[in-house]
Design a protein around this ligand. Structure first.
Ligand SMILES: Cc1ncc(COP(=O)(O)O)c(C=O)c1O
Length: 356
């Protein structure tokens, strides 16, 4: 079987999840009558320290519905230039919800420059300009390599937004990885933000589903937006049952993924043909590039060939752009798989004759 490091979305449900799905008590969740969905929503709200939660089919829909609930038509939201919301969701909150976006730079660790954020914040005083209502954060940060914003960084950003009567949404697709890396309960990390989306279907290994959490009034609006987007589900307890197992049994093991990604990153840093900063790897995402003997980073032709040859050796990885390769550790990837992957990569680098 291939060692699939393309994403933590490839995780398969555990036996306990399959059992739970098989026996789940269900009802019509559009009527609010699915007991398993309700149980999952209560548990998610409790774990994140918020009043309410909502199950949505995907992280993208969760972010879209949340942004639309915070910022209506003509009300702007501020978002990072490397964020999933900005780059990978087809501009949905603007396209569907009519909320214009204001884009700020993201530094290598997933943080914004406070002066820049302050400089793009607007209010209702000038009729030429959409007033900003929402600031979006991402934690962990996917394109920055699974980097983590600390409690203090989140508080500073949230404080700035709140000072300007704006709310804050966190794309926390992997927020449990962030909390695990910091060694704190997830609710501590998100206490200062108004809503969080997190995915059950990534490192937590559930087959489908994400959650949005926030106060009751907000979640009521998110629920309306979910319906608008076609995300009202009926006997969704079948998937919520796996989500419950994910939250009850799969959070603690995320630390194993982090240990494996660090092992991978340090192993990769031994190859002179690989450009990587292993000390930056703190969760389950490893990003690296190929370089030649003069230290020049290689582009699409080489990364494409490298990925093809790794695949022939049974190791799957993905690119995030022409130069950057992403490997993600997750449930189903063991330490021995990381060692096997490193041996395969060594063979590929020799075969490609990238001079060391
Ligand atoms: C940071 C981040 N946010 C949101 C999403 C969207 O999740 P989904 O694939 O469930 O739509 C992803 C998916 O990879 C992600 O990495």
């Amino acid at each position: 079987m291939a060692i699939d490091l393309r994403s933590d979305t490839v995780t398969l449900p555990t036996q306990a999840m399959r059992q739970a799905m098989c026996h789940a008590e269900v009802g019509d969740d559009v009527y609010g009558e699915d007991p398993t969905v309700n149980q999952l929503q209560e548990l998610a709200a409790e774990l994140l320290g918020k009043e309410a939660a909502l199950l949505v089919p995907s992280g993208s829909m969760g972010n879209t519905a949340a942004v639309m609930a915070h910022a209506g038509r003509g009300e702007a939201f501020i978002v990072g230039d490397l964020s999933h919301i900005y780059l990978n969701e087809q501009g949905s909150a603007s396209t569907i919800g009519g909320a214009p976006r204001m884009v700020v730079k993201t530094d290598a660790r997933g943080m914004f420059d406070l002066r820049e954020v302050r400089s793009v914040i607007t209010n209702d005083s000038d009729e030429h300009i959409a007033a900003s209502r929402l600031l979006c954060l991402e934690n962990t940060h996917n394109y920055c390599g699974g980097t983590v914003l600390s409690v203090e960084q989140v508080e500073v950003l949230a404080g700035l937004a709140h000072e300007h009567n704006m709310t804050v949404h966190m794309d926390g697709a992997r927020v449990f990885n962030a909390a695990t890396a910091l060694g704190i309960p997830v609710k501590e990390l998100v206490h200062s933000v108004d809503s969080v989306m997190f995915c059950l279907s990534k490192g937590l290994s559930a087959p489908v589903g994400s959650m949005v959490v926030g106060n009751r009034a907000l979640i009521k609006r998110v629920r309306r937006m979910r319906k608008l987007l076609g995300g009202g589900m009926r006997q969704a307890g079948i998937i919520a049952a796996a989500g419950l197992v994910a939250l009850q049994e799969m959070v603690e093991r995320l630390a194993e993924d982090h240990a494996n990604s660090k092992l991978l990153a340090h192993g990769l840093s031994d190859f002179p043909q690989i450009e990587i900063q292993p000390e930056r790897v703190v969760t389950n995402i490893v990003i690296f590039s190929l370089r030649n003997s003069s230290g020049q980073v290689l582009g699409r032709m080489h990364t494409g060939m490298f990925l093809r040859k790794c695949k022939e050796q049974g190791v799957l990885m993905a690119t995030i752009n022409d130069e950057k390769i992403r490997a993600v550790t997750h449930y189903g990837i063991e330490t021995r798989d990381v060692k096997t992957a490193l041996a395969a990569i060594r063979r590929v680098l020799i075969d490609m004759k990238i001079e060391a």
